[in-house]
Design a binder for this molecule. Sequence first.
Ligand code: NAI
Length: 336
Amino acid sequence: MITVGFYDAKQYDLEYFNKINEQYGFNIKYIEARLNADTVMLSCGCDAVCAFVSDDISSDVIEKMSECGVKIIAMRCAGYNNVDVKYASQKNIPVVRVPAYSPYAVAEHAMAMLLTLNRRTHKAFLRTRDFNFSLNGLTGFDLYDKTVGIIGTGNIGNVFIDICKGFGMKILAYDINRSNPDAVYVNIEKLFSESDIISLHCPLNNDTYHMIDRNSLSKMKRNAFIINTSRGALIDSEDLLDALLNEQIGGACLDVYEEEADLFYEDNSEIIVRDHILSRLIGLPNVIVTSHQGFLTREALENIAATTLENISAFFSEGSLQNEIKIIAKKDQSPE
Ligand code: NAI
């Protein structure tokens, strides 16, 4: 029987993987710990390792996996910037992933965050639970006729464009590939200066790292909202905090954060969080943070489980891999 070492396992993973695994019959060894140099030995005896965005799959971890007899690394996510794919290839361990599982999940979450921050429903909910029916401080703005700048018009960005069109918003788009024939593409400077809302939907790579920084923030409208459901390091968090404190922009919706790896997905309510930037961001009234949950819908979880197990099955049955990560240009890192 094929054994799969499943790192960073959460209750919702078990629910969907166990259900889909009824068709495959793998022996899934769920491991609560994240994969890193300290925990990799737990994969000894496993034929496959299944990992996620916060796992550390660097060369030393891969080396140990190889010694342990692991034959394939199956990422249960789209991105692989945490995997040393080149080293895995040298060790003859293919890395597979789930390239797309539900663009709707992430795009809808981006809109949920925008509506929440704009109309203050998170605050209204807390107030009315305390029979506080005051409206002071809850004023938002109409999304209708506002301009939304979309950076990255791939699967998720295009769904977000459609959602925004439904609200009667004007769309400006920026992408290195102008692949959406219906989008109005502009240069990035115009997008920064003319957008009321800017939503990031491009991958993290050498070109996009800290694309939102002091310089780009200084070009934005004073009331602009930034939404980031893509990758934390697209934004220089310290510069974002400064811009918010200086009232240079209007607010931020963050589903991802550049230093999220040690915090997100876990209950840290009983520890003292020493990340001062995150603490200050969370403390601001015009910022909302969610814990990288854009993907968290039933449909996405089901698709993730189905594709991941099919990837593993394909490898062990016929060896042909549709979703294998191929090493291409150096700078072409992954989506998340
Ligand atoms: P995709 O690959 O379909 O689209 C990405 C788009 O970004 C492409 O059109 C590409 O040409 C464009 N792009 C690449 N480099 C660029 C650059 N330098 N400037 C502007 N555009 C550039 O990816 P998809 O599926 O739409 O995902 C987008 C991002 O969403 C992922 O990279 C990932 O970081 C994030 N994501 C977040 C999740 C969450 O739970 N919050 C879940 C899944 C993905």
